[in-house]
Design a protein around this ligand. Structure first.
Ligand code: NAD
Length: 525
């Protein structure tokens, strides 16, 4: 264990509440040096073909596959996740994303030819996807490795250098560097700096070419405001308050299991957790009874956990003390307003271990139904009609994810399309994130921009639009001098080509012939 200094930020193991180590803010000078190295290496990344970049990234994949158990143990020590949660949502996901993008990146980043309209006959049009430069990646504490590596890998595949500033809560100090160095990945292409928001601001002031931020809405606003001073573009992946709508024709057992996983995975600390559950009145009592019964049977986190054993814990602990206080605050507010806790409801005294919690008697006057709770808590509310369920789901400032559960796929699709979010699963929850081919991102207060999918790769590119014309004697009809003759011909195009009423192919062909040569006749001598 290291010795703390005045400015040190302690990193805590939430399972045992012991101090693991401390980090310091990265000084301005060091941040400047890191960005300097980044700018020096970037032209070499740009020169690599996309296939060569893929080869680099595949080294990371192989290294993670070979060292997944030790990597996972590091993640659990800082986050308190259950082993299976950590495996599926961090290690497995990173490997899957690399595997999929090794094939997709060369396809998506290829220069594209696009059609050139008839009026620009003889010219060619193309889109070239070029790197932006250096990308600053700022991840949150809940998926520390996944959120650090996935956007960084996307940015690198697009030809950029990357600087990552991990969360001070779960910095995984040295882990990303180890993975990069020991896998033989290109040196300095992805660098890491440590610290809190103070270091984050220093990184923004070092003027990256784009910021990819994942975190809270509050911090997202601050980052956007600061980035605006330098006109740096930002992608903001922010929080959510995802609704799950359960209709009365579902298989109750399957859906209860799905909702429990959606609500409790990673201790409920997922941006797309089930944060609100609306259940049709016909099955409400049976559903709640089974949800409560099954929730009580889950093995919760405890201080003596054997973190190497995947069976020792189903629901991991809450990573931070401040998050526990938010969860407790939301439950207290709901109970004070008449809600009833059916199981769980309070932490094991003096620890971060919080049992899976089911609450009923909730409504939208309560924080638990409107603010991000971010804990293993499922508030369940009754609805009678499809319209009512949709209105409740849309009654939120957030728009990240959500789910609709019904055997009637037509109805499920209809409801899914009426819910205002960036992502939605039918008869599952947050599984969109399990498919790297799908774009992921939010609307409303959940942010903007997409990562993964085609949009998530191209977000790190400058889509340069290129028009190629031929040299020769032609002088374009819209070039100087402007004459009545040219104007008449250009006007003729509008009538004979574009107007539904006056379209006339013969007249358009005649105009076309004249327009081709008018530049030669009516030109500046
Ligand atoms: P946070 O906003 O507190 O911190 C996120 C990151 O921003 C950290 O690295 C932090 O050090 C840094 N930071 C803080 N202040 C800063 C500043 N002024 N300038 C620059 N950087 C600054 O978020 P968190 O508590 O770590 O993460 C939890 C939140 O993240 C939740 O709201 C969750 O829903 C959200 N989240 C969203 C997604 C998504 O994809 N939409 C995924 C995971 C988590």
């Amino acid at each position: 264990m290291e010795t703390a200094t005045d400015t040190a930020i302690d990193v805590i193991n939430p399972i045992t509440k012991t101090r693991l180590y401390a980090i310091e803010e990265t000084p301005e000078q060091t941040v400047a040096e890191v960005f300097d190295r980044s700018r020096k290496i970037q032209p070499s990344i740009r020169k690599l073909t996309v296939k060569q970049r893929v080869t680099e990234v595949l080294r990371i994949k192989e290294y993670i596959i070979d060292n997944r158990e030790s990597i996972l143990t590091r993640i659990i020590e800082e986050t308190g996740k259950s082993r299976v949660d950590g495996f599926t949502s961090e290690v497995f996901e990173i490997i899957d994303v690399i595997d999929v993008f090794a094939k997709l990146a060369p396809k998506f980043l290829k220069n594209r030819k696009v059609p050139t309209p008839l009026v620009l006959i003889g010219k060619k049009s193309e889109i070239w996807y070029e790197p932006l430069g250096t990308i600053l990646v700022i991840p949150p504490w809940n998926y520390p490795l996944y959120q650090a590596l996935v956007p960084s890998i996307m940015a690198f595949l697009s030809g950029n250098a990357v600087v990552v500033k991990p969360s001070e809560v779960t910095p995984l100090k040295g882990l990303v560097e180890d993975i990069l160095e020991k896998s033989g990945f290109m040196k300095n292409a992805i660098q890491v700096v440590y610290g809190s928001g103070v270091t984050g601001i220093r990184c923004i002031d070092a003027r990256p070419d784009k910021i990819h931020f994942t975190g809270s809405c509050r911090t997202g606003k601050k980052i956007m405001a600061h980035a605006a001073q330098h006109l740096i573009p930002v992608d903001l992946e922010l929080g959510g308050k995802d609704a799950a709508i359960v209709f009365d024709d579902i298989n109750i057992e399957r859906t209860v299991n799905g909702i429990m996983w959606g609500g409790y995975t990673t201790g409920g600390q997922s941006c797309t957790s089930v944060e609100r559950c609306y259940v049709h009145t016909n099955i409400f009592d049976a559903f709640v009874e089974m949800l409560t019964d099954r929730s009580k049977k889950l093995r919760m986190s405890h201080a003596e956990r054997n973190i190497e054993d995947p069976e020792d814990c189903d629901v991991g602990c809450v990573t931070t003390e401040f998050q526990l206080q938010i969860i407790e605050g939301h439950i207290a507010d709901a109970v004070a307003k008449g809600a009833k806790v059916l199981c769980g409801g309070s932490r094991e005294a003096g620890t971060h271990h919080f049992p899976p919690t089911v609450i009923v008697g909730v409504d939208h006057s309560m924080e638990i139904m409107t603010e991000e709770t971010f804990g293993p808590v499922i508030p369940v509310m009754r609805f009678e009609t499809e319209e009512e369920a949709i209105a409740l789901a849309n009654d939120s400032v957030y728009g990240l994810g959500g789910s609709v559960w019904s055997k009637d796929i037509k109805r499920a699709r209809r409801a899914a399309s009426a819910i205002k979010t960036g992502n939605l699963s039918i008869n599952n929850h947050m599984l969109n994130e399990g498919n790297p081919n799908l774009p992921f991102g939010g609307i409303k207060n959940s942010g903007f921009g997409r990562y993964k999918g085609e949009a998530g790769l191209l977000t790190f590119s400058n889509a340069k639009s290129v028009l190629v014309d031929a040299d020769g004697s032609n002088i374009d009809p819209n070039w100087y001098p402007f004459t009545k003759g040219k104007y008449k011909l250009l006007s003729g195009i509008v009538d004979y080509l574009f107007s539904d009423k006056k379209r006339n192919w013969l007249k358009f062909a005649l105009v076309g012939l004249k327009i081709d040569s008018i530049g030669k006749k009516e030109k500046l001598n």
